[in-house]
Design a protein around this ligand. Structure first.
Ligand SMILES: [Ca+2]
Ligand SMILES: [Ca+2]
Length: 381
């Protein structure tokens, strides 16, 4: 992220066209992070928009000068959470702003404080297409030491919800041999690669998606019962859902052990849960560490839980199986009736959804039928 120029971004540089009227929609708490703070998010969203036209910023406190930031769309209740934009400070004397965000602007001012308070970053984000993109950062140095070598010793992340702090370098003993290991991350956006170095070993990875770039790494402890710690490299992505994570172990060399969707939760017992946004819902995928191979493998589920209701606009059929075979028709859904989208088989295209009709019948339909013919699903807003 570039350092800000002398003239810092102003609220009026990021104006908002759209204004919201009417009662705010109830938050759709589909992500694990949002579910953890359901009461605070529901309460916070009731006050109505206070950010970027039709959004409500809900800050959930987690200690002194720290907060997890959720953004709720008052129009449809969608809840946004970006783990890298989670530390919001208050009363920063260095900064000549009386607020961090406002209803008429898409600018968000966040603070990142480094332990033990050697320096602060003031980070300016632009809210665009339902996500924060960093504009620039202003670093305030309380103690020049940290930034002169830019290396700090870190402890592994805890599980849910992580206050993830992305780094480009760190000193940690990764393989439990009581010798610290020097970790650094660099990227070559010309060559479209990033390189992770640990001591004398290095691994270079090709960026797959257009617009992908590494935002840093953090240290995780996949399995607290063994002596190893792991490195998770986080990438911004140019896609939806955005970003991805590469996970590496280190002993004699570096080994790639997983390529995960963004924002995984490390439970510390060899299990990783991933919650991603997909069309109008958030599948939860489980990964488990195979101790023999040292690889994180996905634990497949036949179906993935959806649990969302919507209202039928235009009649469409439900089938007994995952194919449109008229001899296996279960029901034609009635306009105006309420349905429950129970589960999905989404790993193949087209994505099929298991739906319960208002009268209690169960059948399958394609994802596009749901988004075209019903209203009330989060993205259909
Ligand atoms: Ca070591
Ligand atoms: Ca471990």
């Amino acid at each position: 992220m570039p350092e800000c120029p002398a003239t810092l971004p102003r609220f009026e540089d990021y104006p908002v066209q759209e204004k919201f009227k009417g009662p705010p929609a109830k938050p759709v708490l589909s992500s694990e992070e949002a579910k953890l703070f359901r009461t605070l998010i529901n309460e916070g969203a009731k006050t109505g928009p206070d950010f970027a036209g039709h959004y409500t910023a809900v800050i959930v406190g987690c200690g002194t000068s720290c907060g997890t930031l959720f953004i709720v769309d008052a129009k449809n209740g969608r809840v946004f959470y970006q783990p890298d934009v989670d530390i919001i400070g208050y009363n920063q004397p260095e900064l000549d702003y009386d607020k961090q965000y406002g209803l008429n602007s898409r600018l968000m001012i966040a603070f990142k404080q480094y332990e033990p308070e050697e320096s602060d970053d003031i980070i300016f984000y632009e809210w665009k297409n339902d996500q924060f993109s960093p504009i620039c950062k202003k670093t305030t140095r309380k103690n020049a030491k940290v930034h002169s070598d830019n290396v700090t010793s870190v402890e592994p992340e805890q599980s849910l919800p992580p206050n993830r702090e992305f780094r480009n370098s760190a000193i940690v003993d990764l393989n439990g041999d009581s010798q610290v290991d020097n970790i650094s991350l660099s990227s070559d956006l010309q060559a479209n690669t990033f390189t992770l170095k640990i001591n004398d070993a290095s691994i270079t990875e090709k960026l797959i998606e257009q617009g992908e770039s590494p935002q840093g790494f953090y240290v995780v402890d996949l399995d607290k019962s063994d002596r190893y710690k792991e490195i998770s490299v986080s990438l911004y992505g140019g896609c939806d859902p955005c970003g991805t994570e590469y996970v590496y172990s280190f002993d004699k060399g570096i080994k790639k052990i997983a390529h995960l969707p963004p924002g995984p939760s490390y439970l510390g017992n060899g299990i990783v849960l991933s919650v991603t946004w997909m069309d109008f819902w958030t599948p939860i995928t489980k990964y488990a560490l195979d101790k023999k191979s040292g690889i994180l493998n996905e634990v497949p589920q036949s179906f993935y839980y959806v649990g969302l209701t919507s209202t039928v606009k235009t009649s469409f059929p439900l089938y007994r199986g995952q194919h449109e075979n008229t001899s296996e028709l279960v029901a034609n859904l009635k306009p105006g009736s309420k349905i429950l989208v129970l589960a999905a088989e989404y790993k193949k295209e087209p994505k099929w959804y298991l739906v319960k009709s208002e009268s209690g019948l169960l059948g399958w339909t394609k994802g596009e039928k749901l988004t075209e013919n019903t209203e009330g699903l989060p993205s259909a807003g």
